[in-house]
Structure formats: C-alpha cells, structure tokens
Ligand binder design. Structure first.
Ligand code: 13P
Ligand code: SF4
Length: 310
C-alpha cells in the first residue's frame, strides 16, 4: 500500500462507492474503531448485520462473527480483512468431538455461546451471547437438562448466577483465562475505590473480585454510568479506546495478564489492520462464503436467540 495514501479517506470513499457498511468489534485497534459505522458487542453486531441495507458488510472482528453476519443476511457480500482471524474459544470446540459429546447426552438442550463455528451452531438448540446468556438460561424450564458450550468460564458463571446446574464443554478463551488474580488483588489495593469490571470469559477467581461482570457493551455502559473516577478493566484492551473517548475525565487501568505483558490483546482480533481493511474493501476479498445447507442449520438457533432476547 502506497504510504502516501490517507487510508481513512480511502476507506470512506470505497465504502460510499461500494455501498458498504463497516462493522467493528470493541477489540479492534483504535484506528479501525474510528472508521467503523457501527461498533458493538457480538449481539449488537449480529443485529446490525441482520438489518443493514448495504450491499457489502465489512466485518472487522473474527471469523465466527463474520459467519454470523452471513448466516443472518446471506444476500450480502461479507468481507473480513483477514480470514485467519479466528477465535481460540471457537477452536476449543471441534465439530466431531462435540457431536460425540452431544450423542452421549441426547436428553440435554444445547445452548451455545455465539463464539463457536457455524458447524457447532448447526448442532445447537439456542445460541446466546454474553449480553443475553443469563436471560436465555432463565427462560428454559427447570426440569430441562442443559449442555452449555464452548466456554466453561461463562458456563460456570451462569450456573452461579442462575442456580442452574449445566453440563459444560471444557473450552476457554486464551485472552481471558490468563488474567492474573494476584496482580488484580495488588491493583485493588493500589486503587481501593476503583470498581473492577470483568468479562464473564474470565476465570472464576478473577470474576470473584469483580464488581460488574458483563459483555463488552455492558462494561462500556457501566463505566459511563459509574461515579468512580478510576476503574479497573479485565477484558481485551481494545475496549479501553471507546471507554476513554466516552469518559475523558476518568482513568481506566487494564488488569494485567499473567504473561509479563502490560495489556491483554487478542491475537486473532489484532490480525485485522487498517491496511488489510482498505485492501479488502478495494478488492472485495477475502470474502466469507458458506454452504447454504450449513447456513440454514446454523440460522435456527440464532433466530431462537433473537426471539428470546427481544
Ligand atoms: P462480547 O459479545 O461481550 O463483545 O464478547 C465477544 C468476545 O469475543 C469476548 O472475548
Ligand atoms: Fe475469541 Fe477470546 Fe479473542 Fe474473544 S478475546 S475473539 S473469545 S480468542
């Protein structure tokens, strides 16, 4: 890419020329968030993708999010700046192993977190996101056994919140499972009045220290509504960009991971760059494609989620 190009201007021009909408997750790098038409959590992005009248959806997020957009709105061209932007949590649930696990528990209703592949969605009864998981689980009759996949941390948190027993698939997110409990305790001592905001993909010892547990959009909302001037944030560091923009007077302290790094980036989300975004808009490639038979099977549990979270 010509270094003299103003990528922000070029992306805007290409969006108009191609009637494209740019959807971005909170974990994208700040430059991408600043060029997006809509920024959101998984549920917000899915809703936006379903209702857009643009011809092209450029999805600055990870593969399962772009798949969800295609499942919900198949007549659109769905582009992803880097097709290799996957998700460790989705990868922790391979379709064949999951089919065998399900077959061992045929009486269980399958509730899957949206962070899974279309092949897992096709084996699922109801999808949920971190925004609506508790609301959805509470609507399932008490005597109905539930198999929850793929995130064991979100699953355990839901069990604690709802008092419901669930059979859990043993999956986790490489970003959220490495927050350090010890370093978080030290931060709490240093900032005694700072509430801790955490994503439910974090492990239990970290969630126990949190004052608010929720999706990225609920973490953003909590920060805007809080009276505190300093807040500790235990989720991927991309979200700090919008939180800082919303609240210029507040200080956000990123909870540190256990790997020696100062902040916690998702290596999959961060595969997308402004340059790749520009190139994918310009060339209409890479495009996310999906076989229609798989799409139809994966659509049903997402529609159930949307009905149950209306
Ligand atoms: P949210 O739906 O809360 O944005 O979470 C998506 C995700 O990938 C968290 O790791
Ligand atoms: Fe997947 Fe974790 Fe990255 Fe979210 S942060 S996209 S769950 S690997």
């Amino acid at each position: 890419v010509d270094p003299a190009l103003d990528l922000f201007e070029e992306i805007e021009r290409l969006k108009r020329e191609k009637n494209a909408v740019l959807l971005a997750h909170y974990y994208q790098e700040p430059d991408i968030q600043d060029t997006a038409d809509f920024i959101g959590d998984s549920l917000g992005l899915a809703r936006e993708a379903a209702q857009t009248d643009a011809d092209v959806i450029v999805f600055a997020g990870v593969h399962f999010m772009a798949e969800t957009a295609k499942i919900l709105n198949p007549s659109k061209t769905v582009l992803l700046p880097d097709l290799h932007a996957g998700c460790s949590l989705a990868d922790s649930c391979p379709p064949d192993a999951f089919a065998a696990f399900r077959a061992e528990h045929p009486d269980h209703l399958v509730v899957s977190y949206i962070n899974c592949s279309a092949a897992i969605k096709a084996q699922t009864d109801i999808i949920c996101t971190s925004s609506n998981a508790e609301h959805i689980v509470r609507q399932i009759p008490e005597d109905q056994p539930i198999l929850f996949a793929p995130d064991r941390n979100l699953g355990r948190w839901l069990m604690k919140e709802t008092g419901r027993d669930m059979l859990l698939w043993n999956g986790a997110c490489i970003v959220h499972e490495i927050f350090s409990e010890q370093k978080l305790v030290r931060l709490k001592i240093r900032y005694p009045n700072a509430p801790v905001l955490a994503h439910p993909e974090c492990e239990e010892p970290v969630l126990r220290l949190a004052d608010h547990v929720g999706s990225t959009s609920s973490i953003r909302r909590f920060a805007a509504e809080s009276d505190a001037d300093t807040l500790i944030v235990a989720t991927e560091s991309g979200i700090l960009h919008q939180m800082q923009k919303d609240n210029p007077g507040k200080t956000f302290v990123a909870a540190p991971p256990d790997n020696g790094c100062a902040c916690n980036d998702c290596p999959h989300m961060k595969l997308n760059t402004l340059e790749k975004l520009y190139l994918c808009l310009k060339h209409g490639h890479p495009e996310l494609e999906m076989e229609e038979s798989l799409r139809i099977k994966a659509l049903r549990p997402i529609e159930r989620m949307l009905e149950m979270s209306a």
